[in-house]
Design a binder for this molecule. Sequence first.
Ligand SMILES: Cc1cc2nc3c(=O)[nH]c(=O)nc-3n(C[C@H](O)[C@H](O)[C@H](O)COP(=O)(O)O)c2cc1C
Length: 188
Amino acid sequence: MNEVLSALLERRSIRKFTNEEVKDGEVDAILQAGSFAPTARNTQGWYIMALLGMERIRALNAQVKEASKQPGFDRYRDFVGNDSYTINYENAPLFIIVGVNPEVSFFPIHDGTLVLANIMLAAHGLGLGSCWINQLGAIADEPGFRKYLTGLGFPPTHHLIGSVCVGRIDGEAPRAAPRKHGQISVLR
Ligand SMILES: Cc1cc2nc3c(=O)[nH]c(=O)nc-3n(C[C@H](O)[C@H](O)[C@H](O)COP(=O)(O)O)c2cc1C
């Protein structure tokens, strides 16, 4: 089968990673693929921030958990799960956050989501695993967490659209769930 088509069918959300590093060339290729996603009217209003290394990711994880305990954000506590839950499923050594500037982009959520999709597919193409992590989007505007993100260099102007962890797959990738029927129609 065509390589692009098979990548689309075979990519899975991975939640078990080895602790091997992701090489610099792989990181660059993944980020470049993200930057080539289509955007409405080609505004390219995205910002992609990659965090490499366990120490950085553990610090981010601690901030995510802290933010979800704050008043008004405690409803996201369930997303964060128990203490053993981490935003990188423990071992993934690369964590990527995608934001979009709503002053620049006409459709921030659509544009940012396509960047994230390219990133996940590029990771798959390189034999790596990835998983979209939603918690950061939920607590992105909690003041303490925003301040932390800004300190890391994430532009304060940008909405946080989503994030993904990336790493080497531990074991077999899961199989795709069966596709739902009756949700495609073709008028020829
Ligand atoms: C918008 C969005 C948010 C998601 N958030 C999470 C998440 O926070 N944690 C997680 O483990 N998986 C998350 N996922 C992955 C989905 O659970 C996964 O894509 C779905 O179960 C289908 O599995 P597949 O990606 O292997 O085809 C998310 C996926 C999307 C598209």
